[in-house]
Design a protein around this ligand. Structure first.
Ligand code: UFG
Length: 328
């Protein structure tokens, strides 16, 4: 199939692009390279530099290629920043999605896979979180993904566009051969920051609050390997052939606290990794753990990485071989 991957030069997108190509798909990456890296794009993918906020560029793209499916990764992704710059998130994430959907509807694209998020669940009544949980975002970032899911519902109803919303919990790790991995500038995510301390690029990690209602007082997250997320996209693309829209929560089902993550990084790297305790970060929830039974049962998703140290080891391989990310 010819698949459009927006944000295919980004962290999760680049891993999915590689897997799509390995499965024989023709991939077109559309990315503005504000957060993504040209070097992260697989050499066999077609690369188009462009911006979803520019409808002319988006329409030109759809005139040029006949897409059979879309995987939409391109968006702002930081929970914390979204609480400081709400309009940046609300405007860009929503307008980008709308421009993409309008072009997709006009060109009769029938399969759409959305990068959605655990940040939809701001007030979970049950842990782990399954798909029955009310969507009630705890941050502006989460709200933008909630809007995106709602928009897809109307695309299905009006245009018959079938969608799968994949709600990632905390994506982490890197391709096992270490040639692509997580790189953000500036980095805000926990595991890369901790590994930057191990590389000597920072002197310490700041723990954002140790007074949460959790066993060690720090936030608990469900860390799911980027290759396992990529596998879920491949399965979702196939599954949409049955003409049914759906949503899945994607995680390992096991929560680790910030302190446990740091401890795992100490074990993998052999570095002491000093820490300081700082203020809580706005928009952070104490616990987010996924119940992924539905995608396992319906699509046969089988995560290959369930051990935190194994996950960190893949990230460490990437960070050691690319201490400055894709910037030479
Ligand atoms: N944290 C620290 N110190 C740091 C960085 C992070 O203590 O320097 C903590 C955060 O407070 C949080 C945990 O580590 O409790 C994980 O933080 P990340 O920034 O790595 O990830 P988030 O949980 O904030 O968000 C990520 C993605 C979102 C996605 C969300 C879903 O960035 O896009 O997971 O859970 F929506």
């Amino acid at each position: 199939m010819t698949i459009l991957v927006t944000g295919g030069a980004g962290y999760i997108g680049s891993h999915v692009v590689q897997m799509l190509i390995e499965r024989g798909h023709h991939v077109v990456v559309f990315d503005n390279l504000i957060a993504g890296f040209r070097e992260a794009v697989h050499p066999q993918a077609q690369f188009v530099q462009g911006d979803l906020l520019n409808p002319v560029e988006v329409n030109t793209l759809f005139e040029q290629y006949a897409f059979e499916g879309i995987m939409h990764f391109a968006s702002h992704i930081q929970v914390g920043e979204s609480m400081q710059k709400p309009f940046k998130y609300l405007r860009d994430n929503t307008n980008g999605m709308l421009n993409l959907l309008e072009a997709a509807a006009n060109h009769d694209v029938k399969r759409f896979i959305l990068s959605s998020t655990a940040a939809l669940f701001g007030n979970p009544q049950k842990m782990p979180i399954d798909e029955q949980e009310a969507r009630d975002p705890g941050s502006v970032y989460g709200e933008t993904k909630y809007i995106a899911e709602r928009l897809l519902r109307w695309m299905d109803e009006i245009y018959g566009m079938k969608y799968c919303a994949l709600r990632y919990f905390n994506a982490c790790g890197a391709h096992p051969d270490g040639h692509i991995g997580e790189a953000h500038n500036p980095e805000t995510h926990l595991i890369p920051i901790v590994l930057q301390v191990a590389l000597g690029q920072r002197d310490h990690v700041t723990i954002y609050g140790d007074d949460y209602d959790t066993p060690d007082g720090t936030n608990i997250r469900d860390y799911v390997h980027v290759q396992d997320l990529a596998q879920a996209h491949i399965l979702a693309l196939e599954a949409l052939k049955d003409g049914k829209s759906r949503a899945y929560n994607l995680g390992n089902g096991q929560g680790y606290s910030v302190k446990e993550v740091i401890e795992a990084c100490r074990a993998v790297t052999g570095h002491p990794i000093p820490t300081k305790v700082g203020e809580r970060r706005a928009g952070d929830l104490p616990v987010l753990v996924a119940d992924s039974t539905r995608i396992k049962q319906e699509l046969g998703w089988e995560p290959q990485y369930d051990d935190l140290k194994q996950i960190v080891a893949t990230a460490w391989k990437w960070h050691q071989s690319h201490p400055n990310g894709y910037n030479k």
